[in-house]
Design a protein around this ligand. Structure first.
Ligand code: 3HC
Length: 695
């Protein structure tokens, strides 16, 4: 074996030369890897003892893409294009041997090879769009030549990871390998040589592009059909333009156009924000005082207490991960209703073709329902998801502590209550933790995990790993009212209520936040979630919100009652402004002596967002969140903060902390109120000319 450099080696195995990349953790295409592959391929071409080459990777995965940490730094030779050109031009067949994930530049490298083989568990894809980019090393040119333009449009603008068997059907993978990958790839390469098969240069293939040329409205139709999905994002449009270039220009010019469109995105703020979130998400997985090698509890079964919307959604996550669930309700009727909703959810997914009946049956077979709490006796983790009432939760935890086996984790899905207090009624407060799922719990990615003063490192490490297993993005925070997400949301809600009293229209507040990039504004969101939920919480705390309370007193709970902040036609989800609500607002404003005035969009935006940023600073000061970027992950994955704006603290850094500080002081002067007092941390950052990222 010859070391080409520290990261890549070359070895002739009989008549096939094997180039192996070994650059942990994910074999990203750093300068060293690019240079190594180039050197390895050149060594193979020059080696007279071999007639074919295999490109493979050591470790857990094939090349996972360009090295994102190199973005924004001066380019270093060789470029990925040079590496790919060299492979494509090789006079000996080059076969990519794929395991793990071949993503982005990794798949582009594989598409530069003449053939691709993979193990069945591998996945391939061009996920650059998720980083605010487009495939910049020929991916937008070669993929449509293999799978056709319509499928390439879908794959490139969604960034979907395609399982190898499907990729095989699409023609992206030439052969699936059973058993040892490298041995299989060598055998495949020998077969290519023996059969005298051609050196397939994808860049020369034009058949699939011809098909697209026959459909001139293809791109316009695609844009129209996906306008909602792409709203606010810059990258999808550049992806489409690059694929259009593939169809309309000769390969070299189209490749140059792809480069231009790639560089345009790379220089933009959206790509920087999206890459920031990529790394923030991975940072969030690390808890400073929980070592990476902390022993984990093996979670083989779960219990869920409460079969309501939340409990049912939580249970679904476990079922989908192959973990058996026992769900407990107080009455048979409520239990049957809960299980029925789970079944209906899956049935709807099957009907849409997104789940097979066989898989659904598999999930349902893992679900057991009972009205007896003793049913969770053997569960490794129990998650309580009943209504928000401290006394009832304490009663349930007292019982669970008695029933559940030693070593079982007792978790609560509370979104507001003091988990230290809940844990205090058990004999195992170190095994008590908050697992705050977001509604709908089977869909929303965020899992806000809440450690108490006593939660053990093992329990935290287990719950972080478990979150990943059930497809969630976990962030560990500490106990306070509302934890991180809802505590900040309360600041936005407070301003939204004040704004409508002072003269802003409900639909204007919603429009401004929608245009900022949220999926919907606060009032539309209240109507969707049910205004009665927060009303009950307010009643429990003895807190008043005059307009919100008045609306609920009229039974206007939102979409489910066809009326809330808006009115709704029967069976429609379209919000229609309602003069009845405007009258309520005017009445409350009069009672409170509030002078109404026109309010600009700029004021609406700043008043909704800046108090959240101030609260984020307070949360950091108090140590409730570990890092500013954790807060951003929470808002992007739990509350629909537009990922291309990178989360509240990243947005603050983009606007400038000092500017925000000055605006807070201005609002304090004009509007009054303690909410405008900058928190000491924000003041410090502003006065020192620093950003959240400097913390
Ligand atoms: N560049 C640099 N570092 C990367 C990386 C990349 N492309 N991909 C992953 N890493 C790092 C992560 O930051 C993490 O570092 P850490 O341990 O210090 O936190 C480590 O590798 C392991 O990553 P994960 O924790 O994500 O490991 P998983 O096993 O859960 O997932 C993965 C592996 C599916 C490969 C996932 O890391 C991933 O999706 N990576 C990004 C893939 C991607 O977007 N590729 C396209 C890049 S852009 C491009 O190729 C442009 C080209 O067109 C020119």
């Amino acid at each position: 074996m010859t070391a080409i450099n520290d990261l890549v080696s070359y070895e002739a195995k009989g008549t096939v030369g094997v180039v192996t990349v070994n650059s942990p953790p994910v074999n990203a295409l750093s300068q060293g890897v690019r240079a190594g592959i180039l050197g390895g391929i050149q060594a193979g071409i020059a080696d007279d003892s071999v007639s074919a080459l295999v490109l493979t990777c050591a470790g857990r995965t094939f090349i996972a893409g360009a090295d994102i940490t190199e973005f924004g730094k001066p380019p270093r030779e060789p470029s990925l294009k040079e590496v790919i050109d060299t492979m494509e031009a090789s006079t000996k067949p080059v076969v990519a041997a794929i395991h793990g994930t071949a993503l982005g530049g990794g798949l582009e490298t594989a598409l530069g090879c003449h053939y691709r083989v993979a193990v069945a568990s591998a996945k391939v894809g061009l996920p650059e769009v998720k980083l605010g980019l487009l495939p910049g090393a020929g991916g937008t040119q070669r993929l449509p030549r293999v799978v056709g333009v319509p499928i390439a449009l879908d794959l490139i603008t969604s960034g979907e990871h395609v399982p190898a068997p499907k990729a095989h059907k699409l023609g992206l993978i030439d052969e699936l390998i059973d058993g040892d990958l490298v041995a299989g790839a060598i055998a495949f390469a020998k077969k290519i040589v023996a059969e005298g098969r051609p050196l397939v240069k994808i860049s020369d293939q034009n058949e699939k592009l011809e098909e697209a040329r026959k459909n001139p409205s293809l791109f316009a139709d695609f844009r129209k059909a996906n306008a909602r999905r792409f709203r606010g994002f810059e990258a999808p449009e550049n992806c489409i333009k690059a694929i259009e270039a593939a169809v309309n220009l000769p390969f070299p010019q189209a490749l140059a156009r792809e480069r231009e469109l790639f560089l345009e995105l790379l220089a933009g703020e959206q790509a920087k924000a999206q890459q920031y979130i990529f790394f923030a998400e991975r940072q969030a997985a690390k808890i400073p005082d929980v070592p990476a090698d902390t022993p984990l509890i093996d979670i083989k079964s779960a219990g869920v207490i409460g079969a309501g919307t939340m409990g049912g959604g939580i249970a679904m996550n476990f079922l989908q991960a192959g973990i058996p669930v026992t769900i407990v309700e107080t009455s048979q009727e409520a239990l049957d209703r809960g299980i029925d909703i789970i079944r209906k959810n899956y049935t709807a997914t099957v009907a849409k073709g997104r789940l097979t009946q066989e898989k659904m049956d598999g999930y349902m077979s893992l679900l057991t329902g009972t009205t007896n709490l003793e049913g969770v006796r053997d569960a490794d983790i129990v998650i309580e998801a009943i209504f928000e009432n401290m006394d009832v939760k304490k009663e349930v935890f007292t019982k669970l502590d008695r029933i559940c086996k030693q070593g079982a984790i007792l978790a609560t899905n509370t979104s507001t209550l003091d988990i230290d207090e809940i844990g205090s009624v058990t004999s195992r407060p170190d095994y008590v933790i908050g697992l705050h799922f977001f509604s709908p719990a089977n869909v929303m990615k965020l899992l806000e995990e809440v450690r108490t003063k006593k939660t053990s490192a093992t329990v935290m490490a287990t719950c972080m790993a478990l979150a990943k297993k059930i497809g969630k993005i976990p962030v560990m925070v500490r106990v306070c009212d509302g934890f991180v997400g809802n505590r900040m949301l309360a600041k936005r809600t407070e301003q939204a209520q004040k704004l409508i009293l002072e003269g802003a229209k409900i639909e204007d507040v919603d429009r401004v936040l929608y245009d900022f990039g949220f999926p919907m504004g606060p009032f539309a969101m209240g109507d969707l979630a049910g205004n009665d939920v927060s009303w009950r919480i307010r009643q429990g705390k003895g807190v008043k919100s005059p307009v919100a309370d008045a609306i609920c007193e009229l039974g206007r709970f939102g979409q489910k009652t066809n009326a809330g902040y808006y009115r709704y036609e029967a069976r429609s989800r379209t919000p229609i402004p309602d003069p009845v609500v405007e009258e309520i607002i005017e009445k409350v404003a009069k009672e409170q002596g509030v002078t109404r005035r026109p309010i600009t969009d700029e004021e609406i935006l700043k008043r909704c967002i800046y108090p959240m940023i101030n609260e984020a600073a307070k949360i950091l000061e108090e140590g409730i969140a570990t890092r500013a970027s954790d807060i951003d992950v929470i808002w992007v994955y739990g509350y629909g903060w537009p990922v291309y704006r990178g989360g509240p603290t990243r947005y603050a850094d983009y606007i400038g902390v000092e500017k925000i500080y000055n605006d807070l002081l201005r609002f304090k002067e004009t509007l009054g109120g303690e909410e405008w007092t900058p928190t000491p941390l924000l003041e410090k950052l502003a006065k020192e000319g620093k950003s959240f990222k400097d913390l």
